[in-house]
Design a protein around this ligand. Structure first.
Ligand SMILES: Nc1nc2c(ncn2[C@@H]2O[C@H](COP(=O)(O)OP(=O)(O)OP(=O)(O)O)[C@@H](O)[C@H]2O)c(=O)[nH]1
Ligand SMILES: [Mg+2]
Length: 447
């Protein structure tokens, strides 16, 4: 695409444009889920299927049980690849992202149209959204609204998600108001709160603040804005996290163009889509791609990787198709280079990862080179806790060198000799690409 010039740097150094707003979602360890959302027949499943070629072997990633419509994909990182080359470790583990293929939403989904509520509950389970919008014309592929009009489609989906949030919040607001009006007695109020919030034991002040925050969310939604694009104090954000609202999730916009447009490098809708996103979702990434082109690359590589036995196995439907799709990255790169073209899959994955405000640090040695995913702004002890809770409990310090320094110095020992291997304490905020080694006190066993 004309909008996507050949990269001059690695994907990681290039930093795709993503929202710089605070993350309003849940802060769960080991869960980084992103759902592919859009109208029917826009190319969501076609895109999802191509992600299968990026799937990691699940046995390396505990806690990740995957359904057919979910894929765990590796987050590409040239720094990790380089560390693996340097250390030649026995085990290599990348950062991963869980991608969900969610069936199409239609206008009226918030009122249960289509398979409305079922799909919406799938969206509720993810932490961020890939919003796929159709910018290809093809008479053979029916459009639910009869014509290709990406702005209308973007508005339909955004409206549905907002409408569902409005319903959720209106329900909560009414309940709270009723309860608040019922009594001015602080003691009774407190009891009501305890009942209402599943006996979590919030105090009255918290309740009053909740009413205020819910009221503010209501106003934002009624003004036609997404929760993610209003300004919130850090206190308010803590409350918003608990509601798991659709419009509080970060969005990356993926524009599916035809293969001929992709090869030509232009598509008439990209400009208006970018304008629309800048106006309504400022800072969110807009990534043009072609699902058909990506599928073609995958199929071609698949074809190359098939042996005679595989053909026979497929013929008898005995072959594990997904396994077959876990192909060698270097083959993909060679193919793209040879055909002077590029795939957008890596950029889509890294943009999703960044939209979730995720970064990773490395642990590197002869045994293992591994990426550990944390939220941006995570402090060293909590980062240590992603490896093992004992590391966090007994945290002493984090010996850290940045990947940049490592690369510049050429080796760990050279980095040490140049004073680039630094001992950081509890208040150190982990930076993306840090190479870390944690020192901790072993927990004393209770007798
Ligand atoms: N011509 C053309 N067809 C496409 C493109 N992307 C997807 N399709 C076709 O559109 C049809 C629907 O694609 P899917 O990927 O199944 O669409 P979806 O968004 O998952 O649809 P639902 O699951 O029904 O919501 C398929 O026949 C695809 O081959 C494209 O870029 N160009
Ligand atoms: Mg689909």
């Amino acid at each position: 695409m004309a909008q996507e010039p050949e990269p001059t740097e690695t994907e990681n150094e290039k930093k795709p444009k993503v929202a710089s707003r605070p993350f309003l979602g849940k802060l769960e360890k080991n869960k980084c889920r992103i759902g592919i959302v859009g109208l029917p027949n826009v190319g969501k499943s076609s895109l999802f299927n191509t992600f299968s070629t990026k799937q990691v072997p699940a046995e390396n990633y505990p806690f990740c049980t995957i359904q057919p419509a979910q894929a765990i994909v590796a987050v590409p990182d040239k720094r990790w690849t380089h560390l693996c080359e340097v250390y030649a470790p026995r085990s290599r583990i990348q950062a991963v992202l869980e991608i969900w293929d969610i069936a199409g939403l239609v206008r009226g989904a918030h009122e249960g149209k289509g398979l409305g509520n079922e799909f919406l509950s799938n969206i509720q389970s993810v932490d961020a959204i890939y919003h796929v919008v159709r910018a290809f014309k093809d008479k053979m592929v029916e459009h639910v609204d009869g014509s290709v009009d990406p702005i209308r489609d973007l508005e339909t989906i955004s409206f549905e998600l907002r409408a569902k949030d409005r319903q959720t919040i209106a329900g909560k607001f009414e309940n709270m108001e009723k309860m608040a009006k019922r009594s001015n007695d602080r003691k009774i109020k407190k009891e009501l709160v305890i009942i209402f919030y599943f006996k979590k034991g919030y105090c009255v002040d918290v309740y009053v603040k909740l009413i205020e925050v819910v009221g503010k969310i209501k106003e934002v939604l009624e003004a036609g804005k997404d929760v993610n694009y209003a300004d919130w104090t850090s206190d308010e954000i803590e409350y918003i996290r608990g509601y798991n609202l659709f419009t509080a999730k970060p969005v990356v916009f993926l524009v599916n163009v035809s293969m001929s447009d992709w090869e030509k490098g232009s598509n008439k809708f990209i400009g208006v889509i970018q304008e629309w996103v800048d106006k309504h979702f400022p800072g969110s990434a807009v990534i043009p791609f072609s699902a058909v082109f990506e599928a073609k690359v995958c199929l071609y590589l698949l074809f190359l990787s098939l042996s005679f036995t595989n053909y026979i196995s497929i013929w008898y439907c005995f072959f594990d198709f997904k396994k077959l799709l876990e192909m060698d990255e270097s083959k993909r790169e060679a193919y793209l280079k040879e055909h002077k073209t590029r795939s957008m899959l890596d950029k889509i994955i890294t943009s999703g990862y960044k939209a979730l405000h995720l970064i990773h640090f490395f642990t590197a040695g002869e045994d293992e080179v591994r990426c550990w995913t944390v939220r941006a702004t995570t402090k060293a002890p909590q980062a240590a806790g992603t490896i093992h809770t004992d590391f966090e409990k007994g945290f002493i310090c984090a010996e850290t060198m940045s990947y940049k320094d490592f690369k510049k110095c050429g080796s760990e020992s050279a980095a040490k000799a140049n004073g680039k291997y630094i001992q950081n304490g509890k208040s150190y905020e982990v930076q993306d690409g840090d190479i870390m080694y944690f020192k901790f006190n072993k927990p004393t066993s209770k007798k």
